[in-house]
Design a protein. Structure first.
Length: 711
C-alpha cells in the first residue's frame, strides 16, 4: 500500500473524501485543503484517472517533524531519489506553506533542491537538471505546523484541466468546482434533467454529462506526473485506460439524462459547444442563445445548477440585483417541482432571489470564497404568472413597499416642480423612512445613492439587506434603467483624500440649473461636482452680483462663481485649495461661454490667501468645510470653533457695506451673533430663503447667513 494526499480547494474536502471512498481508497483522513488516503499502485492510478474533485494527487514519500533548515535538508537528503527518478530526468519543486523558520517558499524549495542534488552526487551519480517549466519529475513539498511532507506530484498538471477546454469565458469556472457543485447539490445520486441558464463555456453541463456517461474525467488528458517515475507500471496504467474507454463508450449509449444550457452571449455558447464536442458529449446537451429570464422550463422537475454572474466587471451592482430578483420571481412562477443550486460570491445577490435556502454551504472558486445555496421550489406554492410581465410593468415590487411608495410619491411631485424651476438634478429621497437610511439624487437620467451610517445597534446584515431592497425596488418605482444607478459609500475623508479618485472610470454629464450649465462626474469622485442643497444659495449669489466684485472662497467646482458671472458681476475671483476643483471650475466657466479676463481662478490655501491678498470685494460667498486637518493647512479648522475668526479676517477684504453669504453643513451650528455684531456685522439667518423644496424634508442639511458690514 502507498500513501497519498489528494489536494483540493477549501470546502471540497467532504465531497472528495466521499469520492475516494467510492473509488476504494482506505485510511481516508480529511485535512485542510485535501484528504490523506492509502491505496495500491493500481488504485492510485485509478483515482488519478477518475477523481473529479481533486486538484492533484501526491504520492507521499516522507512525512515527519521539521523545525529548522537543517532538518528540512536532512529530510530531503534521506530519501533515495535514484529509486524515484534518474539523473537524465529534469525536476522541479513546488513548495507550499510558511511559518516557523520558513518565511519564503523559495527558501524551502531551494533547501530541498540542494539536498536532492547533493544526494545524487554523494551516490556517485551525475546531478539531474532543474527545469522551471515542464519538468519530467515534479516534487511537491508542504510545510505546516512543524511538519514537512515531501512527495511526488503523481497526477502532474492540475487535475481540473481535463483536456477538453482550450479557452474559457470571461469568468471561468474550474472543472473540479463544477463537479463539486454537482455532488453537493445531490444531483449526482440520481441524475435527472439538468439545466444551466448561465452556462458560459459549458463546464457544469459537460462535467454532468461525463458523470452520467460514466466517462473518466482524466480520459482526455495528455500528461500525468508518474510517467517518468521509476516505479511506474505502464502495463497497469494502459489496462485502466482501456477499461475507462470501454466504460465511456457503453455509458454514452445508455445515457438518457437530458441536459440544457443557455447563455445570453452567443460567443460563449459557441465555445461551450466546442468544449462539449472535445469532451465527446455534444450530442447529449441542448445549447441555446437566450436571456436567462426568457428560458423555457424543459421538464416538470429537475435540477437547475448554475453560477450566475457576479462582480462589477460583469455588470453594475444594481443591474445584477435586478437580475437576481427577477430570476427569483421566474423560479417561483415557473420552476415548481425543481431543485436549484446557485453559486455566488455575494450573499446579497443571493438574498435578492427572495427564496428560502434549504442548505447553505461555502465553496471556493479559486481564491474567492463563495456561497453555494440549495433551494426547493415546491409546485403547490408556485405562482403561475405571465413571465413576460415579471417585475417589468413599472408597478411597485412586493418588497420594501413603504420605501417604494414614498419614492414614487416624491418623484411624481418633484418631477413637475423641477421642470418648472428649470433644474434637472435634484434630491428625490433623503432618509424619509427610518428603515431606509439613504439619500437618492437624480441627475438627468441617472441616480446616485449614498448610504447613511446605520446606528450601531442595527446588525450589519440588516443594513445590507435593506440597501439591497432599495436597489431592487428603485428602478421600477421611478422608471429608471438599473444600469443608470450608481451606489457610493461615504466615509470620513482625511486631508487630500477628499480630492482623490474613487473609481478609474468617468461618467460625465452636463446639468442645467436656472440657465447655468455645470459638468458632473458621477463616478470618478466621491462628490459629483454639484452640491444640490446649495441650489438657491447659488441663485441668490447670482441675484446679488450685478456690477459687483465677487469672491468665492472654498469654491469647490466654482458653481456659485458661474452664477455670479451670469448675474452680471464686474469681476469674479474663485479660490480653492484643490487643483482638481480649480480646473473643474474653469471648465464650468467655459461651458457657459464665460472666457473674460475679469474671471480669475486661484489655487491656494484659502486661510493663507486671505492673509496675503490686497483685493477688495462687494460680495463674498464662503462655504467652508465643517472640519479640516489637511496637511496643506497650518492648523486644523473647525467651523463652530473658528467661524468668528474666519469672518473677522474677511473684513479687510470688504468694500464699504459689503456683504458676506456664509454657509456651512454642520448640524446644530450656533452662530456667535453677539461676537460678530461687536465687529459691526449685521447678521441675518436666511435658511428659509435658501432651502430648496427637495431638501425641505431635512431642514438641517445646511444653514446660511447673510452678513453686512458697516464701516
Amino acid at each position: 500500500m502507498l500513501n497519498f494526499f489528494a489536494a483540493a480547494p477549501r470546502g471540497y474536502e467532504y465531497a472528495l473524501s466521499l469520492e475516494l471512498a467510492e473509488l476504494g481508497a482506505s485510511e481516508i483522513k480529511e485535512s485542510v485543503a485535501g484528504v490523506y488516503f492509502s491505496a495500491s499502485l493500481e488504485l492510485g492510478y485509478r483515482i488519478t484517472l477518475w477523481s473529479r474533485i481533486a486538484s492533484r494527487i501526491i504520492l507521499v514519500i516522507h512525512k515527519g517533524p521539521c523545525e529548522s533548515p537543517e532538518q528540512l535538508y536532512n529530510a530531503a537528503y534521506g530519501i533515495d531519489w535514484q529509486m524515484e527518478f534518474n539523473h537524465r530526468s529534469t525536476f522541479s519543486i513546488d513548495f507550499h506553506g510558511m511559518g516557523g523558520f520558513i518565511n519564503n517558499t523559495m527558501f524551502g524549495a531551494l533547501k530541498i533542491k540542494d539536498a536532492i542534488v547533493d544526494r545524487f552526487r554523494d551516490d556517485d551519480c551525475p546531478r539531474p537538471d532543474v527545469a522551471r517549466v515542464d519538468a519530467d519529475f515534479r516534487i511537491d513539498a508542504h510545510y505546516r505546523r512543524g511538519q514537512i511532507t515531501i512527495g511526488l506530484n503523481f497526477s502532474g498538471p492540475a487535475l481540473h484541466k481535463r483536456g477538453y477546454r482550450s479557452t474559457t469565458g470571461e469568468a471561468p469556472l474550474k472543472e473540479n468546482l463544477a463537479a463539486n457543485m454537482l455532488v453537493r447539490s445531490g444531483w449526482q445520486k440520481t441524475p435527472v434533467t439538468l439545466m444551466d441558464p448561465f452556462c458560459g463555456s459549458g463546464t457544469i453541463l459537460i462535467e454532468a454529462a461525463m458523470m452520467a456517461c460514466d466517462m473518466a474525467p482524466g480520459l482526455h488528458r495528455e500528461r500525468f506526473g508518474f510517467e517518468h517515475w521509476h516505479r511506474h507500471s505502464d502495463k497497469v496504467w494502459q489496462g485502466l485506460l482501456d477499461e475507462a474507454k470501454a466504460r465511456a463508450s457503453i455509458g454514452k449509449t445508455r445515457c438518457t439524462t437530458k441536459f440544457y444550457g443557455s447563455d445570453i452571449d452567443s460567443r460563449l455558447v459557441a465555445l461551450a459547444k466546442r468544449n462539449a464536442e472535445n469532451a465527446g458529449v455534444l450530442d447529449l446537451i441542448e445549447f441555446d442563445v437566450s436571456n436567462a429570464l426568457n428560458v423555457k422550463v424543459p421538464a416538470e422537475s429537475g435540477y437547475l445548477i448554475s453560477n450566475p454572474p457576479y462582480g462589477e466587471r460583469l455588470g453594475t451592482v444594481t443591474a445584477l440585483l435586478q437580475l437576481y430578483y427577477q430570476l427569483g420571481d421566474k423560479f417561483k412562477a415557473e420552476f415548481g417541482g425543481w431543485n436549484l443550486a446557485i453559486l455566488n460570491s455575494d450573499v446579497e445577490l443571493l438574498s435578492a432571489l427572495k427564496l428560502k435556502a434549504d442548505k447553505q454551504m461555502k465553496m471556493n472558486n479559486g481564491a474567492l470564497e463563495c456561497a453555494f445555496n440549495l433551494y426547493t421550489v415546491h409546485a403547490e406554492n408556485t405562482r403561475r404568472v405571465d413571465p413576460t410581465k415579471i417585475n417589468r410593468d413599472g408597478d411597485v415590487s412586493d418588497i420594501a413597499v413603504p420605501f417604494a411608495n414614498r419614492v414614487k410619491k416624491n418623484f411624481k411631485q418633484l418631477q413637475k416642480w423641477a421642470k418648472k424651476e428649470g433644474v434637472d438634478s435634484y434630491r428625490i429621497y433623503d432618509a424619509d423612512l427610518p428603515d431606509y437610511k439613504v439619500a437618492i439624487d437624480k441627475y438627468l437620467d441617472y441616480v446616485v445613492i449614498q448610504e447613511y451610517t446605520a446606528p450601531v445597534d442595527i446588525p450589519e446584515s440588516v443594513t445590507k439587506r435593506r440597501l439591497t431592497d432599495v436597489l431592487i425596488t428603485l428602478p421600477s418605482a421611478i422608471g429608471i434603467d438599473p444600469e443608470h444607478i450608481i451606489l457610493k459609500t461615504r466615509e470620513r475623508q482625511k486631508g487630500t483624500n477628499q480630492y482623490e479618485k474613487i473609481q478609474a472610470n468617468k461618467l460625465e454629464l452636463i446639468t442645467t440649473e436656472y440657465g447655468a450649465k455645470f459638468k458632473l462626474n458621477l463616478k470618478e469622485y466621491l462628490d459629483t461636482g454639484l452640491f444640490l442643497d446649495h441650489r438657491l444659495t447659488r441663485k441668490l449669489v447670482g441675484q446679488k452680483s450685478k456690477d459687483k466684485d465677487v469672491l468665492n472662497l472654498f469654491a469647490y467646482t466654482g458653481t456659485a462663481s458661474v452664477h455670479a458671472a451670469l448675474g452680471g458681476a464686474k469681476s469674479v475671483k474663485t479660490v480653492d485649495m484643490s487643483n482638481t476643483y480649480t480646473n473643474w471650475a474653469k471648465e464650468n466657466f467655459a461651458l457657459n461661454g464665460l472666457n473674460d479676463d475679469k474671471y480669475q481662478f486661484v489655487q491656494a490655501n484659502c486661510m493663507q490667501w486671505i492673509k496675503t491678498t490686497h483685493d477688495k470685494f462687494d460680495l463674498i460667498f464662503i462655504d467652508p468645510p465643517t472640519f479640516s486637518n489637511s496637511k496643506r493647512m497650518e492648523d486644523s479648522f473647525d467651523v463652530l470653533r473658528d467661524h468668528v475668526a474666519l469672518l473677522s479676517s474677511l473684513i479687510k477684504l470688504l468694500n464699504p457695506n459689503g456683504e458676506i453669504i456664509f454657509s456651512n453643513n454642520k448640524r446644530k451650528f450656533k452662530m456667535e451673533i453677539e461676537a460678530l455684531e461687536a465687529l459691526n456685522f449685521t447678521v441675518k439667518n436666511i435658511d428659509n430663503q435658501t432651502l430648496p423644496l427637495d431638501f425641505k424634508r431635512n431642514p438641517q442639511i445646511h444653514n446660511t447667513w447673510l452678513l453686512t458690514h458697516a464701516e
